[in-house]
Design a protein around this ligand. Structure first.
Ligand SMILES: *Cc1c(COP(=O)(O)O)cnc(C)c1O
Length: 387
């Protein structure tokens, strides 16, 4: 019988050391020793699978990768120092000069900057499709298109894209479907089941869940991950053993934590929907969400992020942020501490006003990462700040 998600997040078949430790210890070592000249030669010739140098692999990153592969139903993976290291290294490993990416318009701000400000240096171009018009994707395909890229739910607008539909398009046109699954976490959604070839996470968010470490990971088919690995072992974006160790422990409570995040977030979203100072609320598991049915089909619950707009424009927005007492004003998400962010002036400030408008980021928009404090206290703080 296939093991259940919670078990996959805890149990791995990795070898124990001679000490027979129960919990995987921290391997703070940059390199590993060879038994003799033949072992050294065979290791470098890659005739055996073993750790040589922590830029290539390390027992702690191996444990982390093993768990995420189990959770995402993936064949292989590589762990990175941050989510953006994962995004950059994965795409850079797969793309050649002249290649073309088709991406959803609504993506993480730094990924957008990567596509616009850096990939053109290597003659890698992109076209954006509108998330409410997946049919337009086929019209954007050129002979040079190699990758179809999307996030769901999106940051910060919590829009939901139909992963199954994207999988069908990618398969038909032999595109590599890459999904940034950071907002859902492996617990709520496994894109490979819907046809994704590669899944990327920022481990900094729900995976760590306590706002301590930066991390990223890419998992997927063995042949694509082999390319990602070849590129990454040379260019050096590897995750540190310490951060990998922290994350492996964090994953053991992922299901428990995310259940509570989602329960709290849905309660906050329902509260805000009835608040007279609020123009609109978006949360994937609210019936009013435009892609509610798709969210229900592909996600176990709605995630930790609620987006809403305060009535009264910039001024009212500033008053709201200045009145918040308990929640943190920060740019992170997926933390046990609830966080309120103003995307227009922070994470998405590098976008022009037109670009923000295209992705639904208005001046009065607030993004709440709903944490694990008691929901009554979270709602009380937001209530008093809305005035
Ligand atoms: C935060 C985030 C990233 C980048 O991750 P870092 O760990 O901050 O580098 C990528 N995609 C999404 C959707 C994110 O929220």
């Amino acid at each position: 019988m296939e093991k259940k998600f919670e078990t996959k997040a805890i149990r791995t078949q990795l070898e124990r050391s001679k000490n027979l430790e129960h919990s995987v210890p921290l391997y703070l070592t940059s390199s590993f020793v060879f038994e003799d000249a033949e072992d050294m030669r065979a290791s470098f010739a890659e005739e055996k699978e073993r750790n040589i140098y922590s830029r290539y692999s390390n027992p702690n990153s191996n444990e982390f990768v093993t768990k995420v592969c189990q959770m995402e139903d993936a064949e292989a993976g590589f762990a990175f120092a941050s989510g953006m290291a994962a995004v950059f290294s994965t795409l850079a490993a797969l793309l050649d000069s002249g290649d073309h990416i088709i991406s959803a318009r609504n993506i993480f701000g730094s990924t957008h900057s990567l596509f616009n400000n850096f990939f053109p240096k290597w003659n890698i171009s992109h076209s954006y499709f509108k998330i409410d018009d997946l049919a337009s994707i086929e019209k954007l395909i050129t002979p040079k298109t190699k990758i179809l890229y999307a996030e769901s739910p999106t940051n910060p607008g919590v829009d939901v894209l139909d992963l199954e539909a994207l999988g069908v398009i990618a398969k038909k046109h032999k595109l590599i479907l890459v999904i940034d699954n950071c907002f859902a976490s492996p617990y709520l959604q496994q894109p490979i089941r819907f046809g994704a070839d590669l899944v990327i996470h920022s481990g900094t968010k729900l995976m760590d869940g306590q706002g301590r470490v930066l991390a990223g990971i890419t998992v997927g088919s063995a042949d694509l991950i082999e390319k990602v690995y070849r590129f990454s072992r040379i260019t050096g974006p590897a995750l540190s053993p310490f951060n990998a160790w922290v994350l492996s422990k964090s994953l053991e409570t992922l299901a428990l934590r995310v259940d509570r995040h989602c329960e709290n977030a849905l309660k906050l979203a329902e509260y805000l929907e009835n608040h007279e100072q609020v123009n609109w609320v978006k949360y994937p598991f609210l019936k009013s969400h435009p892609q509610y049915k798709v969210a229900k089909k592909q996600m176990k619950a709605g995630g930790c992020v609620v987006a809403f707009e305060v009535k009264g424009g910039v001024e009212a927005g500033q008053r709201f942020f200045n009145s918040i007492k308990l929640l943190s004003l920060s740019a992170n998400l997926g933390d046990s501490r609830s966080i309120v962010t103003h995307p227009a002036s922070t994470t998405h400030s590098k976008l022009s006003i037109e670009e923000r408008a295209e992705t639904g980021i208005t001046d009065g928009m607030v993004r709440v990462s709903v944490g694990l404090e008691h929901i009554d206290d979270i709602i009380a703080d937001i209530k008093q700040a809305l005035g």
